[in-house]
Write a protein of this length. Structure first.
Length: 143
């Protein structure tokens, strides 16, 4: 269920409280929720996941991404969330796609090579081709 993009970061489709416990067992120390509350009311909402994470000593942050797209503040927030040097991070949304795309945009903004990011995403089953121009632009702005 948890798909690694890097040794420190994995993505997943919607998680539940039991998945938080599994994440703790696997050594995850931080959860990033990229799914807006209310997107699917029958599935666990952010406060449930946050409470489960807190009970297990796992950090938690919500950076919700709607189907409207990504914003620079979201990219910056994701970069801050995934930049802790010793953290093992699990990011989730409905399918893992938005988490993967936001990770790629954040890493591009940090100067990572788009081809390397694309290969990592492909290995996990995700396609970055739709955001490649934005990745290139973010990386170019860094310089």
């Amino acid at each position: 269920m948890f798909r690694p993009l890097t040794p420190q970061l994995s993505v997943a489709p919607q998680i539940g409280v039991a998945d938080v416990a599994e994440a703790a067992r696997q050594g995850f120390t931080f959860i990033v929720n990229n799914r807006p509350d209310g997107e699917e009311p029958s599935e666990p909402q952010g406060d449930e996941i946050a409470a489960a994470a807190q009970a297990l000593g796992i950090g938690y942050v919500a950076i919700p991404v709607t189907h409207a797209g990504f914003s620079l503040p979201q990219v910056e927030s994701m970069l801050a969330a995934i930049s802790a040097p010793d953290a093992k991070i699990l990011a989730y949304c409905r399918s893992g796609t938005r988490s993967t795309l936001l990770w790629a945009l954040a890493r591009s903004a940090a100067g990572d090579d788009a081809d390397d990011l694309t290969r990592a995403a492909q290995a996990a089953g995700y396609d970055l081709s739709g955001i490649r121009p934005i990745m290139d632009q973010l990386r170019a702005q860094r310089g």
